[in-house]
Every structure is written in C-alpha cells, then in structure tokens.
Design a protein around this ligand. Structure first.
Ligand code: HEM
Length: 170
C-alpha cells in the first residue's frame, strides 16, 4: 500500500472511531450515566474498568484513543508530500478541536453536567466530526486527481513513444 492510500485508510478509520465515540456520548447522555465516574482523568478504580462506570469509562478511553488518532492523522497529512493545503488546514483544526473537546469533557464532569456545557460539548463534537469529514474527502479527491494525472502522463508518454516509433520507421 502506498503512502497516499495508507493516509486514506487511516483517516477513514479515525472518522469511524470518532463516529462510534459520538454515538456512545449520546448513550452516556440519554442513560444519565454521565456522572457515574466523578473523578478526572481516571475513574475511582484507576485504569481498571468497573461495571458501575463502564459506559463512561469506555467513552473516556475511546476519547483518548480518538485524540491520538486525530493527532496521528494530522502528523501523516503534514508529512505527506501530496497533501493539499485545505487537508492540512482541516487536520490542524481537527487536532485543536479534539484537545478542546477532551478538556470540555472534563469541565462537563467538574460542573456536574451543566446544560450549557453539555450543549457546547455536543456542538464542539460536531465541529470535530465535520473537520474530519473534510479531511477524509480532501484526501480522497487528492488521490483521485493523482491517479488520473498518473494515467494521463502514462498515456502521453505512450503516445510520444508511439510517434517516435512511427517517425523512425518512416
Ligand atoms: C473527542 C472527544 C469527545 C467527543 C467527540 C465526545 C462527544 C460526546 C457527545 C456527542 C456526547 C453526547 C452529548 C449530548 O447528547 O448532548 C457526549 C456526552 C458526554 N461526554 Fe463526551 N466526548 C468526548 C470526550 C469526552 C471526555 C474526555 C469526557 C470526560 C470525561 C466526556 C464526558 C462526557 C459526558 C459526561 C457526557 C454526558 C453528558 C450528559 O450526561 O448529558 N466526553 N460526548
């Protein structure tokens, strides 16, 4: 798998994990288990998950994983020599947003699920999700453009060699 294809697969994977995290966040909210784990950053039993705060624990664990994945996506995008400027900008926005979102998650707990903060947590989550969609779409189109550019270059190279053959045979 070449670097551009890897980047495409990696960013789609990150988007899928983020989707799962947001869906789980909705579950945390609707089942009212948001304050089941009152400590931050770890739950009372440290790294060991316990049944009473399992859902909130999973939400936090996936949040940490998502943060890492979003940062890695940004690092890979910035490193890629074919990355478009918009892809770079949106991956930086996504990384900044994920830091804000994780910090806000902690504040939401400290402030005992204040409605304004929970709403902001949902809103920032949507900003993060939209930014990652932009990153994925941009990487996808960059790869399509690269593919068509390569096949056009190959075709014109073939045309040139054909015309050389026909020229030399004359
Ligand atoms: C990338 C990181 C995160 C994303 C994308 C995310 C996303 C979400 C979403 C979409 C919801 C549902 C909101 C609603 O239905 O109104 C939610 C709920 C929640 N999140 Fe997160 N979250 C993240 C990180 C965190 C972290 C680190 C914590 C803190 C420990 C946290 C704590 C909570 C809590 C307590 C709720 C439930 C709020 C309630 O009961 O109404 N989140 N999250």
């Amino acid at each position: 798998m070449n670097y551009d294809k890897f980047l495409q697969v990696f960013s789609i994977g990150t988007l899928c994990v983020l989707f799962g995290l947001m869906t789980l966040g909705g579950y945390v909210s609707s089942t009212g288990v948001g304050l089941s784990c009152p400590d931050w950053p770890l739950c009372p039993q440290g790294l060991t998950p316990s049944y009473e705060f399992l859902i909130e624990y999973i939400h936090r664990t996936i949040a940490a994983t998502t943060g890492l994945l979003v940062f890695l996506t940004m690092a890979f995008v910035l490193k890629g020599k074919n990355s478009a400027k918009t892809t770079k900008i949106f991956s930086i926005i996504a990384s900044a947003t994920v830091v804000g979102q994780i910090t806000l998650g902690a504040i939401v707990i400290n402030e005992k699920l204040h409605a304004d903060l929970v709403t902001a947590h949902l809103g920032l989550g949507l900003v993060l999700y939209s930014s990652m969609i932009f990153v994925v779409i941009n990487i996808f189109y960059t790869n399509i453009n690269l593919k068509s550019l390569k096949s056009t270059t190959n075709l014109s190279a073939k045309d040139n060699s054909n015309s050389e053959i026909s020229f030399s045979s004359k």
